[in-house]
Design a protein around this ligand. Structure first.
Ligand code: CP
Length: 318
């Protein structure tokens, strides 16, 4: 039995407990089954969903649009460069404008951390965060959890070891995943060049002293990979790098998840990546396209997961 959904917006996964995360995955599985059978209902019929993207996206925006259509909604797309945001209109004015046009759900991606929170304060409907700066990417974390659960089975998620490798510091995907994975009892290990792990050792120490979240930070790729059931590679985010950072070839020489490294440390691990992948940097092409890779499944799972999120937030004013 699902507990009543109580969140008007989805801004991050940090406020979701294990039961709520499990309920979202269960609803997403129902959505996937209904979609495959051609029996998906139209709970968003008559609603307008706006995707407001002030930063580039392929997977997130398109899967939100497919998900909204599958639920019977109309969709409109607003890209910053071709909207009045480029003429100086504020995000607050944009929210008021979209409400006046009858939009009931806004999906926001923005380069500034916190922008969807501001939007939520000024929008008389529902806001879903599609990625804000370095801060959060909640639906990516949910689809990652869905994919992990598919592969391990629901009873093997708690206690499983998962390594996150690479540019954690600039990654909203990693920050949201840290909340949802540790809430579900996953034993999370972070590794990468020291400048990509800044502050996360402090977080691991803080969590070790309070509660039961399991987080380890190490500078050893082998230690992080050893015995992992899943490995999540992160994109080196060139567009966000400001100070010193390894060159692509220097990074790949130490941190690229080659088949040899994976086979030596975690022979049965699946390989995840939120995309887009810098092939040859964080992952070689043979691993991206190889049997361990679940990257295409992650992309596909974005649709039912986003269907579930859209239906849940919209249901809070039913
Ligand atoms: N993973 C992800 O957010 O991809 P896009 O930037 O293509 O949406």
């Amino acid at each position: 039995m699902r507990a009543p959904w109580r969140h008007r917006h989805l801004l991050d996964v940090d406020g979701l407990g294990r039961e709520e995360l499990t309920d979202i995955l269960a609803l997403a599985r129902d959505m996937a089954a209904a979609r495959a059978a051609g029996t998906a209902a139209g709970p968003l019929s008559g609603r307008i969903v706006a995707t407001v993207f002030a930063e580039a996206s392929t997977r997130t925006r398109i899967s939100f649009e497919i998900a909204a259509h599958a639920l019977g909604a109309e969709t409109v797309t607003m890209e910053a460069a071709s909207s009045s945001l480029s003429k100086g209109e504020s995000l607050i004015d944009t929210m008021r404008t979209l409400h006046a046009l009858g939009v009931s759900i806004v999906v926001v991606r923005h380069p500034r951390s916190g922008a969807p929170y501001l939007a939520a304060q000024h929008f008389d409907g529902h806001v879903i965060n599609a990625g804000d700066g370095w801060h959060a990417h909640p639906t990516q974390a949910l689809l990652d959890l869905y994919t992990l659960t598919d592969h391990l089975g629901p009873d093997r998620v708690a206690g499983a070891k998962l390594a996150i490798v690479g540019d954690v510091f600039h990654s909203r995907v990693a920050r949201s995943n840290l909340w949802s994975l540790t809430t579900m009892g996953v034993d999370v290990w972070l590794t990468g060049p020291a400048e990509f792990l800044t502050g996360f050792g402090d977080l691991a120490r803080a969590w070790a002293g309070a509660g039961d979240r399991r987080l380890t930070v190490t500078d050893s790729l082998h230690e992080a990979l050893r015995g992992s059931a899943a490995v999540m590679a992160l994109r080196v985010q060139r567009e966000r790098l400001t100070g010193s950072a390894p060159t692509e070839s220097a990074y790949a020489g130490v941190w690229s998840l080659t088949e040899e490294r994976l086979a030596a440390s975690c022979p049965d691990a699946i390989v995840m990546h939120p995309g887009p992948v810098n092939e040859g940097v964080e992952l070689p092409p043979d691993v991206v396209a190889g049997p361990r890779s679940v990257i295409s499944e992650q992309v596909a799972n974005g649709v039912p997961v986003r269907m579930a999120v859209l239906a849940l937030v919209a249901g809070t004013d039913a």
